[in-house]
Design a binder for this molecule. Sequence first.
Ligand SMILES: [Fe+2]
Length: 559
Amino acid sequence: MASKVLGINAVFHDPAAALVLDGVTVAAAEEERFNRRKHGKDPVAFSTWELPERAAAWCIEHAGLAPADLDVVAYSYDPALATTPSGDIMGGTWEGLRTLFAERAPRFLATSLPGLDPERVRFVPHHVAHAASAYLAAGHDSCAVLTLDGRGEGTSALAGHVGDGTLKVLAEQPLPQSLGLVYESLTAHLGFRRASDEYKVMALASYGEPRWLDDLRETIHATGDGGFAAQPPDWERFAPAIHGGEDWGPEHADLASSLQRRLEEVLLELAGWLHGRTGESRLAMAGGVALNCVANSRLWRDGPFDEVWVQPAAGDAGTALGAALYVAKELGEWVEPMTTAALGRGWAPHELEAWLDRAALPYERPDDVAEEAATVLARNGVVAWFQGRSEYGPRALGSRSLMADPRNPANLERLNDVKGREQFRPVAPMVLEERAAEIFDGGPLPSPYMLFTHRVKEEWLDRIPAVVHVDGTARIQTVSAEREPAVARMLRAFERRTGVPVVVNTSLNTAGRPMVDDPRDALECFGSAPVDALVIGPFLLRRPGSAAAERLDLEVVVG
Ligand SMILES: [Fe+2]
């Protein structure tokens, strides 16, 4: 049958929308890329009414539809499963208010998308939406599925078995036990933003020793039934809280290391149970905990599954897609597997040219912008790279990226300065898919979505020092010439100039802001950050005075 399903995530954080037509994902985008607020909104119960209204409107318009055309709006939270009723809006630290707002979501949606019939809104349980974003997007007819996050309505995890594309739930973990909330609480204890900066704890863990692992084993453990015990311990017992920009010390890194290691162990225990129950060789994962690429690689290396597929938008943003795919499948559609995260906004060359003309900036249209980018990179320039449709999920994957030469160790500090990030944070490499195995091991290959860490082989450690983390690993993105031709051409051109088929890739944004999405964001970034060149569609903008971006020839300049 023909079906038009819009998925919506709005309840906790990372509001997002996704549109699935006849089982095919045609658009998916996070609200933060439109409203320019990191994570879209504050993660508090009284923001539950805030919808991904711009992302949703764009998805519908992108497909040439109107809200009245939608068959179903799939909302990735079911208020009927909430633990605090809407009648008690003050109850459970505003949880009742969250329930009330979720119940009213159909009317809120009809207000924000005029013409939508509120009767068409359907609630999909939060963890079912996460799970569908994994097994349906992976394209597996049969597999095991595991979702772990901070929380859904009343649970923090789901373990299931997929057969014939249909989910059978084997175990759910009720709150307050939550691996995600434990990790969030340490994130806050270490002075970072909870439900946002968990990856900083993961990065910090590499600097420490897991000296409190045994203590954590006592309180955080699997329970042998597909669930686990996990509540935040008194972190103060181990290391004092960090406040307002204070520096971290060795004890903080040790604490991060202890929890990271414990998370990996519990994940292995859960995977062992799930493998025993399902007998499947493939695992599909989603939920915010599945963004922990160090744990994902440990699971891949030491766990019982041959294949581990992780949804690139594993956090709550991905539940918009998962809810829509789940309903499409229920409506009888064959669901097309996900082959790219480039599902957001894109602009045609003539549209980009109009933006550049309006900004009155000098620009060129070279024969191949990928060659020009490689030249600037090989001369140690920093390149802002804007190509195609923007990424769905938190990682820059060659659509909105900031690139540099991995041979120069100083480029780590340089990029962290551009982005206003802490210096302990690593930057990641992109590598030609066919060359990856020469340079990296210890994780699955190909690895197109930066969801696993790999070891950098001994002989490459000194050749690409800017992308090697303190523990000798790198969170790689493998680039396929078929799927990402412009990025692959750039990598090949860089290798011709340097002998290295690897480039530093980090997200294109400046301090604390969401990733660049539209051409105006790109131009604002180019205007305010010390990048040497902006490559935007087929056009190249050079930073005046930059030695790396200086023209090498005297060809005619367009524009
Ligand atoms: Fe979630």
